[in-house]
Design a protein around this ligand. Structure first.
Ligand code: ATP
Length: 342
């Protein structure tokens, strides 16, 4: 039985999700204590409980401690099974984080799967569906696997009600990822998504973004206000940064009480840091690539400074899979991440 300290490093939901996904994929049981100890409301919240139950369903696990607020879970997996799954996260809990939890077992199962998820699709502190679709899925494809996504309805917090449909095909075989240069960068594209909010919110976000990035990076013709249907008001600023190697997606999600200019400012800061570093992998993609790279048996990518999410995730992945990650700042502000057998 693998023992995980949920307060490790970042000490958030990702420690739990990574352990769930890799336990379900490898068949190794684990116990986690001090779940999300570093968060203001620790323990299993709705979305984390949904992740536990989803992982258990996919691999027929026996679970102790699966209750709201629980600080400890024991997870004894069976065998991951391909199939047609449906997970309702409840409220606006993140559909993408639950999808990422069941991805490792479904990528190692025998056969293709479909997963229908309902909840939030554009949540703060989680990958928006656009990010999985445009940045993450194409890299998975390069590693030999397939993740096809369809956003059927947007879901914002607190209204939720979004729907995301996924088709997952395991690799045959895995191919290591090598992603070291961000060459032949294309034109940036920015979309301000608005659900039941006045158009000036999107206009102000795009104006701020244009001003901060300058004409060299973003031209007005490549910006767009997109009205979307959702169960309640919502806003996200989604910026695509294409390059030959990979597309990065930077997102800032609007929140009640947060000015449109501040939303765009967050996105601009992240974009400028990424463009200056001239690397193919940004601050969010870096932690999310570790699991597929480890499943594929190795790989390398260049990225911005390691986030606590990535360094923490590396430690959890190493507990389940025969892999060692190394991080080296071998150019100014540019880090090479490598994964290989220990
Ligand atoms: P907690 O519930 O403990 O507050 P959490 O469950 O939201 O935390 P975290 O441990 O904070 O989970 O992990 C959030 C994940 O979402 C990380 O993989 C992070 O890289 C990813 N993420 C957050 N924001 C974005 C974004 N704008 N674009 C892409 N990915 C993101």
């Amino acid at each position: 039985m693998i023992h995980i300290d949920g307060s490790l490093g970042e000490g958030g939901g990702q420690v739990l999700r990574t352990a769930l996904g890799l336990s379900a994929a490898t068949g190794q049981p684990f116990r986690i204590d001090r779940i999300r100890a570093q968060r203001s409301r620790p323990g299993l919240q709705r979305q984390h409980l949904a992740a536990v139950l989803a992982a258990a369903e996919v691999c027929g696990a026996r679970v102790d401690g699966a209750a709201l607020g629980s600080a400890s879970v024991t997870f004894r997996p069976g065998t991951a099974r391909a199939g047609d799954y449906r997970f309702a996260i409840g409220s606006a809990g993140s559909t993408t984080l639950v999808l990422q939890t069941v991805l490792p077992p479904l990528l190692t199962a025998a056969g293709d799967s479909t997963v229908a998820l309902s909840g939030g699709t554009h949540n703060p502190m989680a990958p928006p569906s656009d990010f999985l679709q445009l940045a993450f899925a194409p890299l998975l494809r390069r590693m030999g696997a397939r993740l096809d996504l369809q956003l059927l309805r947007h879901g914002f917090a607190p209204g939720g009600g979004g729907t995301l449909a996924a088709r997952i095909a395991p690799p045959s075989p895995w191919r290591p990822l090598d992603l070291r240069e961000r060459d032949r960068a294309g034109l940036l594209r920015a979309r301000a998504l608005l659900a039941a909010l006045p158009e000036h919110v999107g206009r102000r976000e795009l104006d701020t973004l244009l001003q901060r990035l300058g004409r060299d990076l973003l031209s007005p013709e490549m910006t767009h206000i997109e009205s979307v249907d959702a169960d309640g008001p919502g806003n996200a600023l989604v910026v695509e940064l294409p390059a030959a190697a990979a597309t990065e997606v930077v997102t800032a999600v609007g929140e009640r009480g947060l000015r449109a200019e501040a939303v765009a400012g967050r996105a601009a800061d992240e974009i400028l840091a990424f463009v200056r570093a001239d690397v193919p992998v940004g601050a969010h993609l870096q932690d999310q690539l570790l699991i597929p790279i480890a499943l594929a048996g190795g790989g390398a990518f260049r990225t911005v400074a390691p986030t606590p999410h990535m360094t923490t995730n590396a430690q959890i992945v190493e507990r389940f899979l025969p892999v060692r990650f190394r991080f080296a700042e071998d150019r100014p502000a540019s880090w090479l991440v490598t994964a290989a057998a220990p």
